[in-house]
Design a protein around this ligand. Structure first.
Ligand code: GDP
Length: 605
């Protein structure tokens, strides 16, 4: 056989590329991951696969074994492939360092029948944002009507065995998906027809159920990585390590799951990680990986290591990790290192996030699973089309303390007493407290769904407020009484008027300005061309009915006012404030000018 991976590894000293799986919910990410891990393989056909913390490791031999049928005289230069176990955004956004991804590669899963879906596009945007290369798995090919399954076969072989009509359906769906990618500005092609990898993105048709296309996917990942990323994959001693998850484990306290991308970690190493309340300096107590024997994998059984080399998924136990933030870099302090400088650089990850918090302190509270997803969410909320101010942030599940923090807004701006929870759980106590306090919580695992929810909520509040203040909101208008149109002089007054300026609305209190202001009553109804209407605008000629309040003496045309008198809305300080708060968008520029004019007439400060 071929030389074992060690000697090949020695040749160029590459580390294993790190790969994660993304795509829309139900596209088959988990299933594909299971399939790549392959239970049949684990049962001993081609071993060597090891379960790590948060990741699965595939040694080169395993990949070679599984791709033998592809007859690629695959000289695998990388020792293996590290696939991140948690599919989806979370692990991807976590594996980052200073804005660029630590994932060398990604598999973007697309359901062949569903095509591109919202989370596919969101994933796509994340991948582009972080400049991460990816391969498209066009999954669920076995769902094409009449598909002949050919277990674990390379896809070309499998396609050759399909009846004609299956092939034509396959081609139709493929074309659709390619067009959809085109709409996103991406050229794509079946991988075995792709002559310009890098420019054109490769599509590998797969079935996570039958394993068809999976060998192709694995080989393509590895070959492409070692061909185009030699520099990035060259092993270096300097520790490059990212916190993937922060977890409380019985008997170990708060632990961090990390991916060690480069370098070595040792028991007893002094480390610095980014914490919500500042840098955390601590010492590695234990380096752990899961027990390799399935039977032994009971809760809490781990293998301990004195030292561990990249690339690896590891659990680290140490003191003081309670406030560690997933998605940030872990630094090791060497004997000659400047601890203060390291502490500073560790917190840099946090600064980009902190800088997005509203200086005024007025805004919603935002909670995300990781620093990376928080960043993505904040970036979105800040974009011109969205513009939702943020006053506070949290990472991880929503707890009571987060509700308390968000509750501060209840006094300042009630609608901002809201938590936008992106891809995190809300504890029962937190939910109860929120209910009691009147803090709103919106949860979603697609960023723009949060926006839709919040927008809907704000609009609702606006409508409610409008209804509440409708009585007191006075729209500005100036009316001129039309000649020969006094239909009734009192009880009620009925007149034909010309709306000279502004908006005339039912309910508006009408007043005759002069040395003393004579309130003649509120508009009870408006008729335009004998049809009742709710309002009339500048230039309309309408009939109005004015009803006085019962408490006062009823005013009368001819006695309290006359043909020459202008009628205006009786505005007040309060009515102006209500217009400004709740009806700002309903008045145009000229109408606001009229408000100012009336304000002067009524001498309102
Ligand atoms: P995820 O949400 O992307 O992780 O999707 P899952 O892996 O949970 O898959 C969603 C559903 O699709 C499950 O019922 C899977 O069994 C099914 N599924 C996934 N991949 C395939 C496939 O290739 N073929 C078929 N027929 N079903 C699949």
């Amino acid at each position: 056989g071929v030389a074992p991976s060690e000697s090949i590894e020695g040749e160029e000293n590459l580390r294993s590329p790190i790969c994660c799986i993304m795509g829309h919910v139900d596209s088959g990410k988990t299933k594909l991951l299971d399939c790549i891990r392959g239970t049949n393989v684990q049962e001993g056909e081609a071993g060597g696969i090891t379960q790590q913390i948060g990741a699965t490791y595939f040694p080169a031999e395993n990949i070679r074994e599984r791709t033998r049928e592809l007859k690629a005289d695959a000289r695998l230069k990388v020792p293996g492939l590290l696939v991140i176990d948690t599919p989806g955004h979370e692990s991807f956004t976590n594996l980052r360092s200073r804005g660029s991804s630590l994932c060398d590669l990604a598999i973007l899963v697309v359901d062949i029948k569903a095509g591109l879906q919202p989370q596919t596009i969101e994933s796509l945007n994340l991948l582009r944002m972080r400049n991460t290369e990816f391969i498209i798995a066009l999954n669920k090919v076995d769902r094409l009507y009449g598909w002949q399954t050919c277990k674990n076969a390379p896809i070309v072989k499998s396609l050759k065995q399909q009846p004609k009509d299956v092939i034509s359906e396959f081609n139709v769906e493929l074309k659709k998906v390619k067009n959809q990618f085109q709409e996103q500005g991406l050229n794509t092609e079946l991988y075995y027809k792709n002559k310009e990898m890098g420019e054109t993105f490769s599509i590998v048709p797969t079935s996570a159920v039958s394993g068809e296309g999976v060998p192709d996917l694995l080989l393509l990942l590895v070959q492409w990585a070692q061909k185009t990323m030699v520099e990035k994959l060259t092993y270096v001693d300097e520790v490059q390590c990212t916190v993937l998850e922060v977890k409380v484990i019985e008997g170990h306290g708060t632990t961090i799951d990390v991916v060690l991308v480069n370098g070595e970690l040792h028991e007893g190493d002094k480390i610095v990680v980014c914490g919500l309340q500042g840098p955390i300096v601590t010492t590695i107590r234990a380096l752990l990986t899961p027990h390799p024997m399935k039977e032994l994998r009971v809760k809490g059984t781990y293998l301990h290591y004195k030292e561990i080399k990249a690339a690896q998924g590891i659990k680290i136990t140490a003191q003081g990790l309670e406030h560690a933030i997933a998605g940030t870099a872990l630094h090791v302090v060497g004997p000659d290192d400047d601890l203060e400088a390291i502490k500073e650089s560790v917190m840099e990850d946090m600064e980009s996030v902190m800088s997005r918090i509203e200086k005024s302190g007025e805004g919603v509270y935002v909670q995300a699973s990781t620093l990376g997803s928080l960043e993505a969410l904040l970036e979105f909320l800040k974009s011109p089309a969205v513009k939702i101010p943020v006053s506070g942030i949290g990472i991880g599940p929503v707890h009571k303390k987060d509700i308390m923090k968000a509750g501060v807004m209840l006094e300042r701006k009630k609608e901002y007493a809201t938590i936008l929870a992106f891809d995190v759980k809300v504890t029962t106590e937190a939910r109860e407290l929120a209910e009691d306090m009147g803090v709103k919580i919106f949860c979603a695992d697609i960023i723009y769904h949060l926006f839709d929810l919040f927008k809907g909520y704000i609009e609702n509040i606006k409508e409610e407020k409008k209804k509440e203040s409708a009585e007191e909101a006075v729209f500005p208008c100036v009316l001129k009484i039309l000649p020969n149109c006094v239909f009734n002089k009192k009880d009620p007054i009925v007149l034909g008027v010309d709306v000279v300026e502004g908006i005339l609305k039912i309910g508006t209190p009408i007043c005759v300005p002069g040395r003393e202001f004579i309130d003649i009553g509120r508009i009870a109804s408006i008729e335009n061309n004998h049809k009742p209407v709710d309002y009339a605008k500048k230039g309309h000629k309408v009939a109005i009915k004015i009803v006085g309040s019962n408490a006062e003496e009823q005013k009368m045309f001819g006695r309290h006012f006359d043909m020459e008198d202008e009628l205006v809305s009786h505005i007040s300080r309060r009515s102006i404030d209500i217009l400004k708060d709740d009806y700002r968008d309903e008045l145009d520029f000229d109408e606001w000018k009229l408000v100012v004019k009336l304000k002067n007439i009524f001498k309102i400060q």
